[in-house]
Write a protein that binds this ligand. Structure first.
Ligand code: FES
Length: 98
């Protein structure tokens, strides 16, 4: 579905859902996830519907993932970092939720 438009120039190694992935320095986490073949980033707490990035600019919150153990991070606004650990399904329900 998604593919890189150019080769990786400055490789950055990270882990996405337990898989070692190489991204390019400056890539957003969203780009790295999509390039790894994952399109569903999380499921909604209410219905369990799959969600993926929509706006790509920090507005829709449909790209929430867990980054280095911190949930509810917007993948479209985070930049990849060497050794970063990313987990899809990052949406955590609000306080008092399931
Ligand atoms: S894709 Fe919309 S906030 Fe990240």
């Amino acid at each position: 579905m998604f593919q890189r438009l150019r080769d990786i120039r400055q490789p950055v190694r990270l882990t996405i859902d337990g898989e070692a992935v190489t991204a390019d320095a400056g890539d957003s986490v969203m780009a790295a996830i999509l390039a790894s073949g994952i399109a569903s980033f999380r499921r909604t707490p209410q219905s369990g519907a799959e969600r993926g990035p929509y706006c790509g600019m920090g507005v829709c919150f449909d790209c929430l993932v867990t980054i280095d153990g911190r949930g509810n991070r917007q993948a479209c606004l985070a930049v990849v970092r060497e050794g970063m650990v990313v987990e899809s399904g990052g949406a955590r329900p609000a306080i008092g939720g399931p």
